[in-house]
Design a protein around this ligand. Structure first.
Ligand code: ATP
Ligand code: MG
Length: 385
C-alpha cells in the first residue's frame, strides 16, 4: 500500500471536463508532475481534483463553464481514493442543459461508492486537500477577503463542517442586511436572525482560533535545512478575540449585543460592520522579522509554500494522514536548491502532490518518488523515466 500514511487518489477519470473529452490516469507514485505547453490542460487536471472536495474548486468557476466546449454540456470527475478509513470510489458531476444559455442552474452532484449524495457536502468527510495557485501570489499584500477565504479553506482541512457554517452565517447576515433596509422591519424576526448569527459566529471563530493555534505552532517550528522560511501567524478578528477571552456562552451574548447596538449604523451603511466576515490574518517572515506583505515576490512565494507545508504537517498530526496537495506552477518560481528542498519536504511528509510545470527539467530533482506526465491537447501520456 504506497499511500497508507496519506490521503491519495489512485485513479482519476474525467469526462467532458474543460479540454478533456475523456481522461484516465492511475498515478503510481506520490509526486505527480504534469508537464506541457501553456494551454495544454495541466491546471484543468488540478481543478478536476479540487472538485473532489466541497466548494467551487481551485478556480472558483461557475459549473457550466467547466463543461467541454462542443461536448454534452455535462461533465464528471471520478476517483478511486485511499484515506485512513479505507478505499472508496468518489465522484462529482454536473448535468447541464444544452438548450439553456447559462447551461442550466442546477448544482453539482456527489457520488460515494455508487450512492448519490444530497449535495457535494457529502464529500467533506473523505479527501483532505490543500492547494496553491499563481492567483495566490498576492495573498499577503492583497485584499483581506482573499486571505479570509484562504484561511477558511485551511480550517476546513481540520474541521469539515466549517465551510457550511461560514456559508450559513453569510446567508443569515444577508437576511439581516435586507431586513434592516425594510421600512416595516420586523424586530422580533431581526432579533431571532441576530441570535442565529451569533451562534454561528462563535462556532466559526472557535474553529478558526483552534486551527490558527495548531498551524502557528507548525509554522513557527522551523527546520534549519528547509529552504522555506518559518513565520509567525496571527489571526486578527474581533469575534475571535472575544472567543479566546471568554466562555462561548458569554461571547455569544456579547456579539448579540454588538449586533443590536450597531443596527442604526449598519442600516446607514447597508451592511453588517462587525462580525467574523471581517476577520483577517497577518504573517511575519520569521528569519527577516518583517511583515510578509513587505517581502519580495520570491520571498512571499517561499513563505506561502512554508505555510502550506506547515498546514500539511498540522493536518497529518491531527488526523494521522497527510492531505493531498495541488501545487500549480510552484516549481517554476524556485531555484534548483529550493526545488530540491520542496521535493524532499513533500517526500518527508509522505503526501501525494499534484504539480504542474511547462518543462520536464523542473522535476528532475524529484527523482524516484515522482511520475511524470506529458500533457498535450487534452491527452496525457506517462513519460517513462
Ligand atoms: N470548457 C472548456 N472546453 C474546452 N476547452 C476549455 C474549456 N475551458 C478551458 N478550456 C481550454 O483548456 C485549455 C487548457 O487550460 P489549462 O489552464 O489547464 O492550461 P495549462 O496547461 O495549465 O496552461 P498554462 O501553462 O498556461 O497554465 C485552454 O486552452 C483553455 O482554452
Ligand atoms: Mg496552468
Amino acid at each position: 500500500m504506497p499511500y497508507n500514511l496519506s490521503f491519495a487518489i489512485s485513479r482519476l477519470t474525467l469526462s467532458d471536463f474543460r479540454n478533456y473529452e475523456t481522461l484516465r490516469i492511475n498515478p503510481s507514485r506520490p509526486l505527480i508532475a504534469l508537464t506541457g505547453q501553456n494551454g495544454a490542460g495541466k491546471t484543468n487536471v488540478l481543478e478536476a481534483v479540487s472538485l473532489l472536495v466541497p466548494g467551487r474548486g481551485l478556480r472558483g468557476s461557475a459549473l457550466n463553464v467547466i463543461a467541454r466546449l462542443g461536448g454534452s454540456a455535462s461533465w464528471a470527475v471520478a476517483a478511486n481514493i485511499s484515506v485512513p478509513e479505507g478505499d472508496f470510489k468518489i465522484g462529482t458531476s454536473y448535468e447541464g442543459d444544452p438548450l439553456a444559455e447559462d447551461g442550466g442552474s442546477s448544482g453539482r452532484n456527489a457520488m460515494i461508492d455508487g450512492q448519490l449524495q444530497r449535495s457535494p457536502g457529502g464529500l467533506s468527510n473523505y479527501l483532505k486537500m490543500l492547494w496553491l495557485t499563481p492567483a495566490m501570489d498576492r495573498l499577503f499584500a492583497g485584499p483581506a477577503s482573499d486571505r479570509r477565504r484562504f484561511f477558511d479553506r485551511l480550517v476546513m482541512s481540520f474541521d469539515s463542517h466549517h465551510g457550511a457554517r461560514v456559508s450559513a452565517f453569510e446567508k443569515v447576515m444577508r437576511e439581516r442586511n435586507f431586513l434592516l433596509q425594510d421600512p416595516r422591519c420586523d424586530y422580533a424576526w431581526l432579533t431571532s436572525i441576530e441570535a442565529q448569527m451569533a451562534e454561528l459566529a462563535i462556532a466559526i471563530a472557535a474553529a478558526r482560533n483552534e486551527a490558527a493555534t495548531t498551524l502557528a505552532r507548525h509554522f513557527a517550528a522551523h527546520a534549519d535545512i528547509s529552504p522555506f522560511p518559518w513565520g509567525i501567524l496571527q489571526l486578527l478578528g474581533e469575534i475571535e478575540a472575544l472567543v479566546s477571552a471568554k466562555p462561548a456562552v458569554q461571547a455569544e451574548a456579547e456579539y448579540v449585543m454588538i449586533l443590536k447596538d450597531s443596527r442604526n449604523l449598519d442600516r446607514a451603511q447597508g451592511r453588517t460592520l462587525k462580525g467574523p466576515h471581517r476577520t483577517d490574518f497577518s504573517v511575519l517572515h520569521g528569519p527577516k522579522s518583517q511583515g510578509a506583505e513587505l517581502c519580495s515576490t520570491g520571498e512571499q512565494k517561499a513563505l506561502l509554500i512554508g505555510l502550506i507545508l506547515a498546514q500539511a504537517r498540522a493536518v497529518k498530526e491531527l488526523v494521522g494522514a497527510a492531505p493531498v496537495l495541488l501545487l500549480d506552477e510552484v516549481a517554476a518560481h524556485l531555484d534548483v536548491h529550493r526545488r530540491r528542498g520542496l521535493f524532499e519536504a513533500l517526500s518527508a511528509l509522505g503526501v501525494q502532490a499534484w504539480m504542474t510545470g511547462t518543462d520536464t527539467s523542473l522535476f528532475a530533482e524529484a527523482g524516484e518518488a515522482s511520475v511524470l506526465y506529458n500533457v498535450e491537447h487534452g491527452t496525457i501520456l506517462e513519460v517513462k523515466t
